[in-house]
Design a binder for this molecule. Structure first.
Ligand code: ZN
Length: 284
């Protein structure tokens, strides 16, 4: 082989190696960020004024229940786990018959449909520990639970029921798997997935800010509001842990949302969710 051929072969090999490493940095082998939305139960309230004291007393209202999967190059996060899959389509009454809860689309098969197993989930973020958000938490008992200190103390303390929590829904959870937070958390350090502390609905209620590369900023608002008219009027449900804290969180999160020009998704709002793409479709 001539010197020229050997040199050109070396150059081609080096160029090929450089291209390969560039591909691994920027190319198709880097997993893209994705957001999946799941329907995680149906909630019929027989008196909507539970959420809006003194307003629409005795009126029924159908709510949905949402949970989410965020795929990031550095890990998978489940945000809320819905009502327990075992409740099924027949459903159960709750809160002295004021609510009827049912699950027409269980979460586990929705994850399987997009090729995700519970053990693929590294992080579990729960907006708060009411049973319509912790229902399937036991599926993810090996994940790192991201929870505010106040919520941790209430959920794993001596009297979780006092806060309206259902400890059987997270009984398999090893509290040593919890990353206890003292405020906001930028989970992957790039500003794309940020937990925002917004207390009041429960002692350590939190929300999730997402900065999606293509779809832009989105706030997953937990139970700061349950439907749009409560957001418009900033009404505080009768069963909230602390009314003033809730009002302060509403003010602060509205300012944050406006500053970020973010979409604001209300997790229980049936009408708003009809315009949101659900899994197996996703947002990028
Ligand atoms: Zn809820």
């Amino acid at each position: 082989m001539s010197l020229f051929l050997r040199l050109s072969r070396t150059v081609i090999l080096a160029a090929g190696a450089a291209l390969l490493s560039a591909c691994s940095l920027f190319g198709p082998s880097t997993p893209a960020m994705k957001l999946y939305v799941f329907q995680c139960g149906d909630i019929l309230t027989k008196d909507v004024s539970i959420f809006s004291p003194g307003v629409n007393v005795g009126q029924r209202k159908q709510l949905t229940n949402s949970c989410y999967l965020i795929q990031h190059p550095k890990g998978n996060l489940i945000w809320d786990t819905g009502l327990n899959d075992a409740i099924g389509t027949k459903g159960v009454d709750a809160f002295d018959g004021k609510f009827h809860l049912s699950v027409s689309k269980p979460l586990a098969p929705q994850l399987a449909e997009i090729g995700i197993k519970p053990e693929d989930i590294q992080y579990l973020g729960i907006s708060h520990f009411h049973a319509d958000h912790t229902g399937n938490a036991n599926l993810f008992s090996n994940a790192t639970l991201l929870i505010q200190q106040e919520e941790f103390d209430a959920a794993f303390g001596p009297e979780p029921q006092k806060y309206g929590f259902a400890p059987e829904t997270y009984s398999k959870f090893n509290r040593k798997n919890a990353q206890v937070l003292q405020g906001d958390l930028d989970l992957f350090g790039d500003g794309r997935v940020v937990i925002k502390k917004a207390v009041g609905h429960t002692p350590g209620h939190q929300m999730l800010f997402l900065d999606m590369p293509k779809s832009g900023p989105i706030v997953l608002s937990g139970d700061l509001y349950h439907f749009t008219s409560n957001r418009q009027h900033r009404r505080v449900p009768s069963f909230n842990f602390n009314k003033q804290q809730t009002l302060d969180s509403m003010e602060f999160m509205e300012q944050f949302t406006a500053a970020k020009h973010a979409q604001f998704w209300i997790q229980h709002d049936l009408e708003q969710n009809q315009d949101i793409r659900h899994s197996p479709e996703f947002y990028k």
